[in-house]
Design a binder for this molecule. Structure first.
Ligand code: AMP
Ligand code: ZN
Length: 473
């Protein structure tokens, strides 16, 4: 597989260092609010990378994605909500897990959170190693990384040493740094903030140290194979992660760096601070399906900007409907001969799809191959009164589309949506119980209203001697 590596600014052959297991770390959500669909463009793109490595290239995965559950934003938001940091961030961790399931992201092997004991210890250990190597200094109870001690600082972001601006994201607090470019490793406690003391004095970890320490704790010593996130993380976050991990261990941190371009809305990056965001629930509330959102977010190459609109969701939905209609038509093929020319066409399309995906995740190219095959196979089914395509051919076609979807993950989400009742299943069951009770109480009007209410919402109740069952209208 070829992957564009931000570190070298070139596309390179990717093989995991041990030949079999990909050790990958991707930066996760800051859990102070529900993730927006810009965040999910990055997470879904990295999910497609994971799927391609796993299902297409055949590697085992050891994939870690963290939760940033302590920083200025999470602390402020939890205080405003009058909740403990833990309880508050738990809410958004759960919401994130729900959204991932809705959007068909494969669960990753590890989801560490910064404030767990083992992770805080790993951070403090890394800071101690940095101190031993002379990369740190303390000021007003906080510990900083002294950038001037690391000659190749700036190699990922390609910054010249003198021109580096103070980090815009988390280093803007008025802490007493000796050099504006230095960044904080451990922040001294401020009144009213959560605090931990594991040997760096009472305080809390900086954002960057959490990722370096958790990556090496859970993936083993560097270099790991792949580190990824959105492009806004290149500087300062990933640059600082490299400085910490390499400064502490003297070993390369990650061989490959993969960065996903932004999702835009109205010509601007979609971001919580600008307020131009939609989250997954906003999209569902407008009547769009999660499968269409997933499709739309992968339909442009991950290294190109994508502009969000409801129009792209409508188009994505139409493409998915075409796909599932086609698969339903394939399922109806019965009998008939096998045709070698169909088998070889399908084999060629599978090969083309694989090579598109293996070429720096060219998903739009892969979709093109898939729809070209669909068009040709539909045409074949239109010929000779349907006899140009037999059941054995249909099996091969189905297998090919299943293989495509292992990487894309869109049909699987659509199928799950179709299998789900139009009314939540627990609600249907509760209403069936309520109706049974109404009938026992001889409140037949009420029982009929329940049945009619459900029918209006697309659910039909069927009574039988063994009880009541529901089906879609
Ligand atoms: P955060 O919760 O801010 O730490 O961001 C989580 C992930 O979403 C990071 O990898 C960001 O780079 C990514 N991200 C944030 N905004 C966007 C956007 N508009 N488009 C694509 N990725 C984004
Ligand atoms: Zn990170």
């Amino acid at each position: 597989m070829r992957l564009f590596n931000t570190l070298t600014r070139t596309e390179e052959d990717f093989v995991p260092a041990d030949g079999t297991t990909v050790r990958m770390y991707t930066c996760g959500l800051t859990v102070y609010a529900r993730g927006h669909i810009g965040n999910f463009r990055t997470f879904i793109s990295l999910d497609v990378l994971r799927r391609a490595l796993r299902h297409q290239e055949g590697y085992a995965m050891r994939h870690v994605m963290n939760f940033t559950d302590v920083d200025d934003k999470t602390i402020n938001a939890s205080q405003q909500a009058g909740m403990s940091l833990r309880d508050y961030t738990d809410l958004y961790i759960q919401a994130f897990r729900d959204d991932c399931a809705t959007l068909g992201l494969e669960p990753v092997e590890e989801n560490p959170r910064a404030t767990d004991d083992a992770n805080l210890r790993a951070m403090v250990d890394m800071i101690a190693q940095l101190k031993t190597h002379g990369h740190t200094y303390e000021s007003d109870g906080s510990t900083y990384f002294r950038i001037a001690t690391l000659p190749d600082y700036g190699k990922l972001a390609r910054l010249d040493h003198e021109g580096i601006q103070a980090g815009v994201r988390v280093d803007t607090d008025t802490y007493d740094k000796q050099d504006a470019r230095d960044f904080v490793l451990w922040k001294a406690t401020k009144a009213g903030e959560p605090t931990w003391d594991y040997g760096c004095g009472p305080g809390r970890p900086g954002w960057h140290i959490a990722c370096s320490a958790m990556a090496l704790r859970l993936l083993g010593e560097g270099p790991i194979d792949i580190h990824g996130g959105g492009i806004d993380l290149i500087f300062p976050h990933h640059e600082n992660e490299i400085a910490q991990a390499e400064g502490a261990t003297g070993r390369q941190f990650s061989r490959f760096w993969v960065h996903v371009e932004f999702l835009h809305l109205d010509h601007k990056k979609m971001s919580k601070s600008l307020g131009n965001v939609y989250n997954v629930q906003d999209i569902l509330d407008r009547g769009f399906k999660a499968s269409a959102l997933r499709y739309a977010l992968i339909s442009v190459h991950y290294r190109k900007q994508l502009t969000f609109s409801f129009e792209i969701l409508t188009q994505a939905d139409a493409a998915l409907t075409r796909l599932t209609d086609f698969l339903a038509r394939i399922d109806r093929v019965a009998g008939g001969d096998a045709h070698p020319e169909i088998a070889s066409r399908v084999t060629a399309a599978r090969e083309e799809f694989r090579s598109k995906i293996a070429s720096d995740l060219n998903v739009p190219g892969g979709l093109g191959v898939m729809f070209e095959l669909l068009r040709e196979m539909n045409a074949a089914m239109d010929q000779e009164g349907g006899r140009a395509l037999g059941a054995a051919d249909a099996d091969l076609i189905r297998e090919a589309f299943e293989e495509f979807d292992k990487v894309l993950g869109v049909v699987a989400v659509r199928r799950r949506e179709e299998a789900a009742p139009p009314v939540p299943e627990e609600e249907v069951r509760a209403l069936i119980d309520e109706r049974r009770q109404a009938r026992r109480d001889r409140q037949f009007g009420k029982a009929d209203d329940i049945r009619a209410g459900l029918e209006a919402r697309g659910v039909i109740l069927e009574d039988s001697p063994t009880g009541t069952r529901w089906k879609r209208k």
